[in-house]
Each structure stands twice: as C-alpha cells, then as structure tokens.
Design a protein around this ligand. Structure first.
Ligand SMILES: Cc1cc2nc3c(=O)[nH]c(=O)nc-3n(C[C@H](O)[C@H](O)[C@H](O)COP(=O)(O)OP(=O)(O)OC[C@H]3O[C@@H](n4cnc5c(N)ncnc54)[C@H](O)[C@@H]3O)c2cc1C
Length: 410
C-alpha cells in the first residue's frame, strides 16, 4: 500500500469528498481520503439535504449561492446524478419578525440570490395547502429544493478517484504528527500515512484529534432527529407540487421524499452528546407528537398522517453555529473544515472549492471565507445573523440546556 500522498483528507462525508474532488480539479493528483467508517456514514448520510440560499447572514448566503450551480449542473460539472429536485422554497418567520425577514431578503437580493417577499395571496397560489394568516409574509426562492446526500458524496469521490485520488475506508486517524511546526503524517489503525498537507473534514471528531496540538475547537456534538410522514393527500404525488419549507414561526422544516412521503425536522429540537458517535441509537419519544403539533399549525392535514420511519443524526455545532474554515493555527499544512453546525450539506460544493483554493492557491476566491476563521471567537467577531425567533414550545428542555451550557448565540 502506498503510504505517502500530496494531501490527506480526513473524513468521507460530503465536506471531505468535496475538498478531495476540488483538490484534484485544481491539479493535485495524489489525494488520499481516510475514513473511519464508510462514505457518508454519519451526518451526511442522515441529512435532510435541503438546499436553499436563504440565510440571515451574508457569509453563509454567499457560500450557499456559490454552491447552487453545482447542484443544478451536476452531471456536467461532476458526473452522475445528484438527485437534485428544484421544488421551490418558502422561508416563514414569526409575524413579529416581518421587518427582519424583509431586511434579510433585501440583503440576499444584494448578494445575488433569486428571492422575493411573498404575501398570503402569493403563497396560496404557490402552495395552497398551507395555513397562512392574512398578514403573514414569507421569502420565496424558486430555484431551491433538495438533493441526495449519499449520491452526491459518492459522485464527488468517484470523480476525485478518476483524477487520481484514493479512498481508504475503515481507516481511523488517531494522531496528527507535527515536526518543526509542520504536519508530516497521520497515525491510523492501518499504520502511518505521510503528507505535507492534511485537511480535517471530520465534524465533531476533530476536537479530540487537534487537542494534543493545543488547538481548541469550540465545537459541541448534538444529535437531532428527522421523521418521514405519509404525505397529506392534498399534496401532489411525485416531486412537483410540494415545496421545501423552513418555518421558524412554528419551528420545523420539511420537503418531499420519494413519491408519497414528507420529510420533517424540528428547527430547535436537539440533544447534547458527550461523544459524537453516541447519536446512533437515539430516539426521542416526544419527537413524533411534537412534530405533528408544530407542522399541523401550518399544514393541518399532517395531524392525521402516519409516521413511517425516522432516524437520528449528529451535528457538530460551534458557539456561533457557523462553520470553521481555516488553516489550523501554529501548524503549517493543517487545515480545518469542521463545525458545520447543521447546515453544511447545501454549501458543501462551495466549501470544498474554497478549501481547495486556500490549500492550492493560498486564498479562497470563490467566496470570502475570512469570516469563518477560527480566531473570530477570540477576536470577538462571531458570525451574527439577523435571526428569527423560535416559538418557546418548539424548543425541547435539554436543547435549552445545551444552548446554555455551550453558550450558543442562536
Ligand atoms: C438529521 C440531519 C438533518 C440535516 N439537514 C440538513 C439540511 O437540510 N441541509 C443542510 O445543508 N445540512 C443539513 N444537515 C447538516 C449536514 O448534513 C452536515 O452539515 C454535513 O453532512 C456535514 O458533513 P461532514 O462531511 O462535515 O460530516 P460527516 O458527514 O459527519 O462526515 C465526517 C466523516 O469523518 C469521519 N471521521 C471522523 N473522525 C475520523 C477519524 N479520526 N478518522 C477518519 N475518519 C473520521 C466520520 O466517520 C464521517 O464519515 C443535517 C444534518 C442532520 C444530522
């Protein structure tokens, strides 16, 4: 087995796959991806996989916007089918946040996002099954939707492999070796691999890996749950006629799944973990009841629909709930693309590209990533969004504990 590489990427979720793919696009041939389990085994394979460009802050909106054409033109740019379905997207906010929503839409339009404010009558024309109060408004994005996170990760890795990259599954990186302030190699359960460049894309598992290097990442593992319900009969079967929706006024998000299901998640229903891997067997007995209650406020028909299946997934949440995309401090050649905070999927094509530009060219040009630097926390410059409130009854008690314990700002 070849034990050296030009660059090593740790983690074969969508972020690691994207970094590896873009490194090969920018000319690197010998990229080695090390994955402790198998591709898309954790957050990525369990993702809701909503794709939207609505953000409450400019840095994330720019990444999401830069990522969108990749989903739209997947076959030409990467190869294969990424399962992108352009459903259209509605973002609701509490009516008391109407001005915030208006300001955010203006900010997004300035950035170049195709979005507009829609009123109750417009919404009735777009998705008539929703319960919308007369004075409510929402932000509408015609180009957004969802995609298949496993297909995407696989396609990125296959494309990277076509360009010379290698993937080793079942390879757990246990130590990062540094000499004279430079990364030199990584230790794994399959021996040592040397490379002058190592990019960490391994979620909350990165925290213990960098701690011996005196690098402290303010990332906390949480778990969340999503459920699949039979689709209310008033909604069309198939991909069309069922929008992707985030509803902060009622604390949920949803999208169509297959021909006759609706995938639903709760915006603020999460639980702290001591160890990132411990999410796997979790299930909250209140999840289904809570989901029905929150969603049926907007879609009354969901109250009677059947819960078909569901699963838990891990999140790697930072103290401002935004990713860390940076060089590692004090270790030349070591890079960080971690702390995706529950919304890394839709930005992954752009995050991988920005990281590859940083590694190969010394700076990211596709989108500005300086706001995502690790030092922002000590410099007192966390990324702060013009955020929407959540209803109190959409937040579970131990999520509040996690928020308070870790000092999350929204
Ligand atoms: C239920 C759920 C719903 C979500 N919904 C959305 C959504 O709608 N839209 C959106 O944009 N995002 C969503 N997200 C978030 C999104 O899925 C994640 O941000 C994204 O998948 C993170 O990708 P990743 O590659 O960083 O992490 P992961 O997919 O977790 O990949 C990290 C990989 O690193 C590997 N690894 C860890 N440690 C090591 C080691 N020491 N050595 C080798 N390998 C290692 C792991 O095995 C893992 O495969 C959701 C997440 C969940 C859980």
């Amino acid at each position: 087995m070849q034990r050296s590489a030009e660059a090593i990427v740790v983690g074969a979720g969508v972020i690691g796959a994207s970094i590896a793919f873009h490194l090969t696009r920018l000319g690197m041939r010998d990229v080695l991806i090390l994955e402790q389990d198998m591709i898309a085994a954790h957050a990525t394979g369990r993702s809701g996989a909503l794709i939207r460009t609505h953000y409450t802050n400019e840095p994330e909106a720019r990444l999401a916007l830069a990522a969108l054409p990749w989903f739209q033109e997947w076959a030409e740019r990467v190869g294969g089918d990424c399962g992108f379905v352009q459903t259209g997207f509605l973002q609701f906010a509490d009516p008391a946040d109407r001005e915030i929503l208006r300001d955010n839409v203006a900010m997004l339009q300035r950035v170049g996002v195709d979005t507009r404010l829609v009123n109750a009558q417009d919404i009735a024309n777009i998705q008539p099954q929703l319960h919308v109060k007369e004075f409510e408004v929402a932000a509408y994005e015609p180009l957004s939707g969802y995609a298949d996170p496993v297909a995407i990760t696989d396609a990125l890795i296959v494309a990277a492999q076509r360009n010379g990259a290698r993937l080793i599954e079942g390879a757990t990186v246990t130590r990062l070796n540094v000499e004279g302030g430079r990364i030199t190699s990584v230790e794994t359960n399959q021996g040592t691999f040397t490379a002058p460049i190592v990019a960490l894309a391994n979620g909350a598992w990165s925290v213990p890996l960098v701690r011996p290097l005196d690098i402290v990442l303010p990332i906390y593992p949480l778990w969340i749950e999503i459920g699949f319900f039979s689709r209310p009969s008033a909604f069309a079967r198939g991909e069309n006629g069922h929008l992707t929706i985030i509803d902060r006024a009622n604390g949920f998000y949803l999208r169509p799944e297959e021909d006759d299901l609706t995938l639903v998640g709760l915006s603020a229903y999460n639980h702290p973990l001591d160890n990132a891997s411990d999410y796997a067997d979790q299930h909250d007995p209140h999840f289904v009841t809570m989901t029905r209650r929150q969603v049926s406020r907007r879609i009354p028909a969901l109250q009677a629909e059947q819960y078909v299946r569901g699963h838990a997934g891990p999140l790697d949440v930072t103290i401002d709930s935004r990713a860390i995309l940076d060089r590692a401090p004090g270790v030349d050649g070591l890079y960080l693309a971690v702390g995706m905070s529950g919304s890394g999927f839709k930005k992954a094509p752009a995050i991988g590209l920005c990281m590859a530009e940083l590694i190969v060219n010394g700076a990211a040009t596709t989108a500005p990533i300086r706001p995502f630097r690790l030092d922002r926390y000590v410099e007192g410059e966390p990324i702060v969004g013009n955020d929407y409130r959540l209803p109190r009854d959409a937040i579970n008690p131990d999520a509040t504990t996690a928020w308070q314990k870790h000092g999350l700002v929204h």
